[in-house]
Ligand binder design. Structure first.
Ligand SMILES: Nc1nc2c(c(=O)[nH]1)N[C@H]1C(S)=C(S)[C@@H](COP(=O)(O)OP(=O)(O)OC[C@H]3O[C@@H](n4cnc5c(=O)[nH]c(N)nc54)[C@H](O)[C@@H]3O)O[C@H]1N2
Ligand SMILES: Nc1nc2c(c(=O)[nH]1)N[C@H]1C(S)=C(S)[C@@H](COP(=O)(O)OP(=O)(O)OC[C@H]3O[C@@H](n4cnc5c(=O)[nH]c(N)nc54)[C@H](O)[C@@H]3O)O[C@H]1N2
Ligand code: SF4
Ligand SMILES: [Mo]
Length: 766
């Protein structure tokens, strides 16, 4: 098959994959008798009541229509009014039904009766559960001060509960994993360089109109967000060239014109050599740089020493491919998508500067505010409401803040997770004695779970708000069962990318068992700790208050099928200079504010230590049908992809005598061993690393469908380093060798290590 044909096919098959169709359509559904508690459902063409809402099987939040028959959810489809996903949802979006009806769900408030982590619970009433949580919140605050309370939160419902922690006065709450385990480095790099955030919930990269794309990691297709993947597939189908930099033959590497199988941890060397090459060969957009950028001469001077030959040795690539790759991008400027990346907490030191280098390259090509490039988000004018604020007392900050060591942690919310864990363990600079957890599976999310467990053992109290009996739930003293996204309101969701719109999440069925919506839980808890609670009476009030800014209400939205489009201006007027939201109004190619904090104004290459002898670097990523650990117990998704495999280079496997499909155990540099995992023997990964899809290997027996299936990358990550800019913690700084039967197998070193790259010295786990 010719490549072009294949790409067209892949665009179509990708869309097909995105809407796993279940059940026959037409005449199958009858009108529902008991409808959604909101009563805002629309009569559906299929006979079932159709309720527009928003998916929450991952954070992309595709608009959906839920079909409810006799009070039971029978089908989820994309909202046909959505300009992004249309009627499509991905496998996970479709399988939301199996989250709602999962018999393993947290059904009632539970109190721990065994040791922490044992998973022994007794059912208690909501009154008892809330009283106990409130009592402990007050007790710890009164004894140790407000900052002894920490809240680990993520996801749609966290805002409700965070309001209590804020009102109690702690500085230790935040959107933890989404920042400190995910986008922290990209966020700081692009905010500082361009003045705006490119990798929040949405990513402002116009792949559908690109003439060429550069993906550094960014394994789109495995990392699956429906509209993002559709736009990428559309760009390829229209003929965009693709360059992929990844040590593994990833889903996009598979479609690339050029795949650069880079030595892990050396991307900045490649990017700096490319920046130098582009400047030396006059391959940049002079007019754009002249009109819109500061610091060009400084960059030119700083990167002069980074030659292609040097980078080729560091990155273990060949100069010919490196040159061909950057020429493909340069020739198509400015309509090129240099993907800013998303998950970027890889190596700690050097992560922020890697994304700075990507931002500089983007600016040199003028690929900002043009079709195919980075574009400008749509301003969304929701009205401000204090409905969801809870009044508290003025509290002074701690003498020494956990954020103090990280000059770029502000203006982002939250406190570095690593610092909270360490303060809990050591009591320094002040004690932390209570953790609340909501929407985060901290044992599967924050590196070094063994350290996290030690910290939890030191707490006076830990509670979690959960929908499933996860690893984190079994370490909690009290677990509060929360309604899942199909049973509750959350808030207004505005999509501010190309094809922008506004919509709301609303309940499609009433909460099951004794699960309660976040608004109710937080309000009840607030009252019991002596706070006033929310100023509005019900969820609809704050949603309507916010929508007012757009002249809308829930009712008006529903009259229009649940979605209203917004006016957008993603592209610039190329004849005029742009006013970027930086202090100078220009893109900052060299950053004095970095230099002021003793960082480099222009990125330098800072190597991360290479694997110790006998070990391979542990890499991880996504599979398209699962979201982290949260979907592993889903009946349909578990059926599709029940366990993960460890990718092992074929030459390494041959030397070790390991065959495809054989079972091994991973052992990391600190001697921790994983659960058994099957090997995928492949030439599609370099010999100096292995790859383990994330989220598998559950350690909670209560998750009956997924317990013990596959192995967790997370439980092998015992070494991490903080990003010195904002304190995010690295995840690709641990190493494994393999154990087969009772034999420990050292990984042979098949690629020579250049002198410039230091080797990791095994030290105590961080
Ligand atoms: N199906 C599904 N999709 C998801 C998610 C999910 O859970 N499930 N999660 C979403 C979220 S929150 C995020 S943040 C994103 C994460 O997805 P991405 O932002 O795409 O994550 P990355 O870490 O950039 O990409 C993983 C790839 O990095 C490669 N890699 C590892 N080390 C290196 C290195 O040193 N250099 C280079 N060049 N490549 C390397 C790996 O081989 C792998 O192919 O996915 C999102 N999409
Ligand atoms: N080892 C390793 N660590 C990683 C990553 C990795 O690839 N490998 N990826 C990193 C990235 S990019 C990210 S974004 C983070 C993601 O980190 P997390 O958000 O912690 O990931 P999940 O495993 O989805 O955990 C979410 C938890 O919230 C619960 N939950 C889901 N929906 C709701 C809800 O509506 N209400 C309540 N109360 N609870 C809910 C789920 O049951 C689950 O326990 O992980 C980071 N950490
Ligand atoms: S990408 Fe899939 S799981 Fe994520 S919001 Fe969209 S349909 Fe739901
Ligand atoms: Mo993420």
């Amino acid at each position: 098959m010719k490549r072009r044909q294949f790409l067209k096919l892949s665009a179509a098959s990708c869309a097909a994959l995105a809407s796993v169709q279940l059940g026959k359509e037409g005449g199958f559904f009858k009108p529902a008798t008991a409808l959604a508690s909101s009563g805002s459902g629309l009569p559906g063409s299929l006979g079932a009541k159709e309720v527009p809402s928003v998916c929450d099987m991952c954070f992309w939040r595709c608009p959906i229509v839920a079909k409810v028959k006799d009070g039971r959810l029978v089908k989820i489809e994309g909202n046909p009014k959505s300009p992004l996903n249309g009627t499509k949802v991905c496998a996970r979006g479709n399988a939301g039904i199996q989250l709602l009806y999962d018999p393993d769900r947290m059904k009632y408030p539970m109190k721990r009766v065994g040791g922490r982590g044992e998973g022994k619970w007794a059912r208690i009433s909501w009154d008892e559960a809330l009283d106990e949580v409130a009592h402990n919140l007050k007790k710890v605050r009164d004894k140790y001060g407000p900052h002894a309370l920490a809240f680990f939160d993520h996801g749609a419902t966290s805002e409700f509960h965070r309001a209590i922690f804020k009102a109690l006065g702690t500085e230790n709450y935040s959107n933890e994993p989404a920042f400190f385990q995910c986008v922290g480095p990209v966020a700081v790099a692009y905010m500082s360089t361009m003045g705006y955030l490119v990798s929040g919930t949405r990513q402002y990269i116009d792949m559908a109109n690109a003439k060429a794309m550069l993906l550094v990691a960014s394994h789109i297709g495995e990392n699956l967000h429906v509209s993002h993947t559709k736009e990428y597939a559309e760009g390829l189908a229209k003929g965009a060239k693709l360059v992929v930099v990844d040590p593994r033959f990833s889903a996009p590497a598979n479609k690339a014109d050029i795949w650069l199988p880079i030595r892990p941890g050396t991307d900045t060397a490649l990017l700096l050599a490319w920046i130098n090459y582009v400047i030396q060969h006059d391959l940049y957009d002079k007019e754009f740089v002249h009109k819109n950028c500061n610091g060009f001469e400084q960059v030119k001077k700083a990167v002069k020493g980074y030659s292609m030959e040097w980078a080729a040795r560091i990155c273990d690539l060949n100069v010919r491919d490196m040159e061909a790759a950057i020429r493909i991008i340069a020739e198509n400027r400015p309509n090129v998508s240099i993907h800013p990346g998303r998950h970027s907490t890889w190596y700690g030191r050097g992560d922020t500067q890697r994304h700075r280098a990507l931002a500089i390259l983007t600016a040199l090509f003028g690929a900002v505010g043009v079709p195919g490039g980075l574009y400008f988000p749509t301003p969304v004018h929701l009205a401000h409401t204090d409905c969801l604020e809870i009044e508290g007392e003025e509290v002074e900050g701690p003498e020494e803040s956990l954020k103090d060591n990280y000059p770029f942690a502000d203006p982002f919310p939250g406190t570095p997770t690593g610092e909270i864990v360490k303060a809990t363990l050591t009591g320094k600079p002040y004690p932390i004695k209570l953790w609340g957890v909501c929407g985060v599976n901290i044992m599967q999310t924050i590196p070094n779970p063994y350290q996290t467990m030690e910290a939890v053992k030191k707490l006076d109290f830990i509670f979690s708000i959960e929908m499933l009996p996860t690893e984190t739930a079994i370490w909690s003293d009290i677990v509060l069962p929360e309604a899942v996204y199909l049973e509750r309101y959350d808030g207004v969701y505005a999509y501010d990318g190309i094809n922008s719109y506004v919509t709301v999440r609303q309940p499609v069925v009433a909460p099951m068992f004794e699960a309660k919506p976040p608004f109710w839980i937080a309000n009840e808890l607030a009252k019991r700790v002596g706070l006033k609670g929310f100023s509005c009476k019900k969820e609809e009030d704050f949603i309507n208050a916010e929508l007012k800014g757009l002249g809308l209400s829930i009712e008006k939205l529903m009259q229009q099928g649940g979605i209203v489009s917004l006016k957008e201006k993603p592209y610039r007027d190329t004849s005029k200079p742009v006013k970027f939201p930086t202090e100078s109004g220009k893109i900052e190619l060299a950053l004095e504010e970095f230099a002021d904090e003793d960082f480099d104004a222009v990125p330098k290459f800072e190597p991360t230590p290479a694997p110790p002898k006998g070990f391979a670097r542990l890499l991880y990523g996504r599979v398209p049908v699962h979201t982290f650990s949260r979907t592993m117990n889903n009946l349909w998704l578990n059926h599709e992809w029940p366990e993960n495999h460890i990718w092992l280079n074929d030459k390494v496997a041959a030397k070790l005598g390991i065959k495809d499909g054989e079972e091994v155990v991973m052992e990391n540099q600190h001697g921790y061993r994983s659960m058994p995992i099957k090997v995928k023997v492949t030439p599609g990964i370099r010999p100096d690393c292995v790859y383990v899809p994330h989220g598998f290997g559950s350690r909670s027996k209560h998750l009956s469908k997924t317990f013990g299936k596959g192995a967790s990358d997370q439980f092998m990550i015992t070494e991490y380093e903080a990003d010195p800019f904002m304190g995010a913690s690295s995840h690709r700084t641990s190493f494994v060798r393999l154990v087969k039967g009772d034999k420990v197998l050292d990984i042979p070193e098949l690629v020579a290590l250049p002198r410039e790259l230091p080797r990791y010295q095994v030290k105590k786990a961080s």
